[in-house]
Each structure stands twice: as C-alpha cells, then as structure tokens.
Design a binder for this molecule. Structure first.
Ligand SMILES: NC(=O)c1ccc[n+]([C@@H]2O[C@H](COP(=O)([O-])OP(=O)(O)OC[C@H]3O[C@@H](n4cnc5c(N)ncnc54)[C@H](O)[C@@H]3O)[C@@H](O)[C@H]2O)c1
Length: 335
C-alpha cells in the first residue's frame, strides 16, 4: 500500500442500522474510525446498540479484537439526528433496497455533510450510475458493497458509477485494507457488480435444477457446499481452472454452456415463498422448514463459521504464494 492513513482522523457515517449497517459499524470501529450511526427509523434504535455490542463481545471471544467492547463503543454515536454527520469524511448508506427510500436518505445526508465528503451505498444491485444522479456531487459517489457479517468477511466491492472520479475509488480501495478487506475495484458500473453476477448465475441454475426435478434443494446445497465450497476461499474461478487444468474446461463448456438455464423469469420456487411471507432463517420460513430453535441455531452457526473461515482466509490471502516465495528467498539469503 502506498498511502497510509490514521483511521482515527477519518470519521465515518453509517446510515441505516439493520443487519448490515450494524456489522459495518462494528468493522469500522474495530479499524479505529469514529463512527456516527444514523437510525433512519425509530425501530433501529431498539436493537442497534445491542446488536453492535453483541458483535464486539463475540469478536473479543474469537480474538478478532484485543480490547473490551467499551473501548470501541467510546468511538460510536447512535442517533436519529442526521446533523451529527456534519464532520464525516465518508458516508455509507445501508438502507433497504429501494431507490426512492435511498434517494430521500441522500437528500438528508447531502443537506448536512461537506461537499468534499464521499458518499457510498451498500446497494446489492441498483446501478451506482442511477443512485449517483441523486447526489449533488456525483463524482464523489460510489458503491461500497459489503458481505455479511461485515466485520469478519474479507469481501468488499468498491464500485465506480459513470460519473465517479476513479481516483477517489482508488482511495476507498486503499482505505478498505484498513478494514481487513481484500477488496475488488469495479472500474465500470455493471448491474449486480462482480460478486452478485457470479452468485446469481449460480442461483438461476440451482432453481432450474430443483424446479425441473433433477435434484432436491438439499442435494443442490450439498453439491455446492462440497464442490465449490471446498476450494473457493483459496482459489476463485480462474485460479481454480489453472489449478485443475484449463483444456478440460474448454472442452466441457463447449457442450455444457448451450444447456445452461438462461431464463429471465422470477423462479416460482422463490416467488411462492416470498408471497407466503417467508424470509428464511429470520422468520423460520424459507426453502427449508425450521423450528424456531433450529432457525436460531442456524443463525448462530453461521456466525460461528464466519469467524472460523476468516481465520482460514487470513492464512491463505490472495498473495499467499508471493509471500511463500519471499520467505523461501529470505531463507536462501540467510544460509
Ligand atoms: N443482507 C445482506 O447480506 C446484504 C449484503 C450486501 C448488501 N446488502 C444491502 O444492504 C442494504 C441494507 O440491507 P440489510 O440486509 O441491512 O437490510 P435490513 O432490512 O436489515 O435493514 C434495512 C434498514 O433500512 C432502513 N430503513 C428501512 N425502512 C426505511 C425507510 N422507510 N426510510 C429510511 N430507512 C429505512 C433501516 O435502517 C433498516 O434497519 C440493502 O441495500 C441491501 O441490498 C445486504
């Protein structure tokens, strides 16, 4: 990294304190930023502080942090008052996936922050080029796409819209290393960015296989976990092809690609669940049936696993081989 920063001197605002807003807040506090966390709806105030504290307690238990939660919480303000964002250099909007709501939130943010602050959205799939039209300084507007739970995951996409100033995107890219990320800079806006385009191609095929009777939900999940799940934290799709022999992929895709699903309809399987009020583990109603206790245990297990896989990911960063080479060369020089 060429640039160095003192994160303590970069106050960050997080707007929206749902699932992701809380874990993003935790990630930023751990990185040393003062954080102003805005609750756009009163219900956020009921759970945000407790959720943030819970993440910090767990992070301490898992040795992700070395101080008590209170140390980090001293750097946090939770409020409904947007004017407290005034001195923030960076804002991360994290409200529900709805353009009109996000638009109204940008108005409240830009009414108070300075003109040179950076404004970002954690949108999953709304093009940044559309969202940035609602900011007075679109060149300072970016996507910052996190993965839950944000304080343990290494994923982050920094996305430039059509009007974004790429040099500011590069600044966010460098800064996000201080948040424990291994980021991707998406230099040209595309719907779904990188991660979701890859994931949704897989979801589409998964729905196709189940809806057409090739396999059950359980079988598709099992294949996914034990095939891609086994190597993805190390390799990524291109490295995987390198590791296992490129010509075989060339041969297989020639015959397989024409048979893959390319439907543009919402699959009935998910449509029925959503119309019936199913949210997944959150209300024990999804692709699987859960008792409330099972749903709670799945949620806990997911969080437990996220710490575990983080440890593994840290052991195998993107430049793992470069580091091994360096170590070997150092050892040679020492001899
Ligand atoms: N959940 C994920 O894994 C995930 C991953 C990446 C990106 N995202 C994106 O992050 C954003 C937030 O997702 P989440 O999972 O935290 O959602 P969530 O439902 O947990 O939280 C949504 C938050 O939106 C705000 N909100 C709700 N109604 C509002 C209103 N009328 N006006 C202003 N604010 C309102 C509140 O702060 C609420 O807590 C979305 O854009 C989502 O697509 C989510």
């Amino acid at each position: 990294m060429q640039q160095t920063f003192n994160t303590n001197e970069i106050p960050v605002g997080v707007v929206g304190l749902g699932l992701m807003g809380c874990s993003i807040t935790v990630c930023l506090l751990i990185a040393g930023h003062p954080v102003v966390a805005i609750a756009p709806i009163p219900v956020d105030l009921e759970h945000a502080e407790e959720r943030i504290k819970h993440h910090l307690i767990k992070s301490r238990e898992e040795e992700l942090i070395t101080n008590d939660p209170e140390f980090y919480l001293a750097n946090l303000i939770i409020t409904e008052d947007y004017s407290k964002l005034k001195d923030c250099r960076l804002i991360i909007e994290c409200t529900i996936e709805n353009v009109d709501i996000k638009k109204s939130v940008y108005k409240k943010i830009t009414d108070v922050v300075s003109n040179d602050a950076l404004i970002t959205s954690n949108t999953s799939a709304i093009p940044i080029s559309i969202l940035q039209k609602h900011a007075p300084n679109p060149e300072r507007f970016f996507g910052l796409h996190w993965a839950e739970p944000s304080h343990t995951t290494r994923f982050l996409e920094v996305i430039c819209g059509e009007q974004s100033d790429i040099s500011k995107g590069e600044y966010l890219y460098v800064l996000s290393h201080y948040w424990g990320k291994e980021p991707t800079l998406v230099r040209k806006d595309i719907r779904g960015f990188i991660g979701n385009r890859l994931m949704y191609a897989m979801y589409r095929e998964a729905f196709y296989l189940v809806e057409n009777g090739y396999a059950t939900v359980e079988d598709v999940d099992r294949a996914c976990r034990n095939n891609t799940g086994y190597w993805m934290t190390l390799a990524g799709v291109f490295r995987w092809m390198d590791l296992t022999g490129v010509p075989a992929y060339h041969t297989v895709l020639t015959d397989l690609f024409p048979t893959l699903n390319n439907s543009t309809e919402v699959p009935k399987l998910i449509d029925d669940i959503v119309k019936d009020g199913g949210k997944g583990v959150a209300n024990a109603k999804g692709f699987y049936d859960y008792t409330p206790e099972e749903a709670k245990l799945w949620d806990e297990t997911f969080h437990e696993f996220s710490y575990e896989i983080r440890r593994l990911a840290l052991k195998y960063p993107a430049d793992v081989v470069k580091k091994k080479l360096q170590q070997k060369n150092d050892e040679k020089e020492d001899k």
